[in-house]
Design a protein around this ligand. Structure first.
Ligand SMILES: [Zn+2]
Length: 275
């Protein structure tokens, strides 16, 4: 069983524009594997034998929370089709600068949504800033999972702050009990080798999403090979990677009995679901 713990899709009306803008932001070095819509994402999941996908919206403004939560609930309840309800595990996104973040986190739990995505560059905050720790403490208290973009972002060249491995460690040492998923192999990209070592001790999860051009670098290979088995989650960042590419990379490096946990077992345990 395979669960993609890191992927994106967009409402049909804005998908072409969103993908074009995001690609342009990378100087067209990153091009999408699909058209960005939910339907196309579901086709890719079916085609490549991926059972479930944890969908990660990003609220770039606090006001987007309502629409994001409504969409998540609509998917979960089958109003976007049976296939979406079965295959998509929707997360929400709460902006740390949202004056109502506490209420919105509580609403997320009440709606039965299991987690949220944050992105320090798109949301303009730093994980190591004590001002955001109450936000994360509430997430921990409510038992929500938080997935966070970590490390270098190809759309923000020159920025290495805010979500470096050292920033994550600072957050996790000050906010206990967080179920924290550090995307992109713990944010190793753009940082010195072994920068992520302390993260494993803090109990952070990492996901396997990495840019194609980074997949065979020494540090990415080392992390994929050696990260504690129960804390690593298969994730692609689709549509920014092709499923066969990431599946083949993961299966070529992490073999044997670790693989079922990595590909889906850990994700199901973290989400509290059975497939
Ligand atoms: Zn992503």
């Amino acid at each position: 069983m395979t669960v993609d713990f890191h992927c994106h899709n967009f409402p049909r009306a804005i998908a072409p524009r969103a993908l074009a803008a995001l690609s342009a932001n990378t100087g067209w070095r990153l091009n999408p594997a699909g058209d960005g819509t939910l339907e196309n994402h579901l086709d890719h999941l079916d085609l490549h034998g991926v059972d479930k996908a944890v969908m990660m919206p990003v609220a770039t403004k606090p006001s987007q929370f309502g629409v994001i939560l409504d969409t998540a609930v609509a998917i979960r309840d089958g109003r976007m089709g049976e296939r979406a309800a079965r295959k998509i595990e929707p997360f929400v996104s709460v902006h740390p600068a949202d004056p109502d973040w506490s209420r919105h986190l509580t609403e997320t739990v009440r709606a039965g949504i299991r987690g949220l995505k944050v992105h320090p560059y798109y949301q303009n905050f730093s994980l190591s800033d004590p001002a955001v720790w109450p936000f994360f403490a509430k997430i921990a208290e409510l038992g929500l999972i938080v997935q966070c973009h970590c490390g270098y972002d190809i759309g923000y060249p020159g920025r290495f702050d805010a979500c470096a491995p050292s920033d994550i460690v600072k957050l996790m040492k000050n906010v206990r009990g967080l179920k924290f998923v550090a995307a992109h192999l713990g944010g190793c990209s753009g940082h010195p080798p072994r920068a992520t070592d302390e993260l494993a001790e803090c109990g952070a999860y990492i996901d396997t999403s990495a840019l194609h051009i980074n997949q065979h670098k020494d540090e990415e290979m080392r992390l994929l090979r050696s990260w504690p088995r129960e804390r690593i989650l298969f994730g692609t960042d689709f549509p920014w990677a092709h499923y066969p590419e990431t599946l083949r990379w993961v299966r070529s490096v992490r073999v044997g009995e670790d693989l079922p946990d990595l590909l889906g077992g850990n994700a199901c345990r973290l989400l509290g679901i059975r497939l």
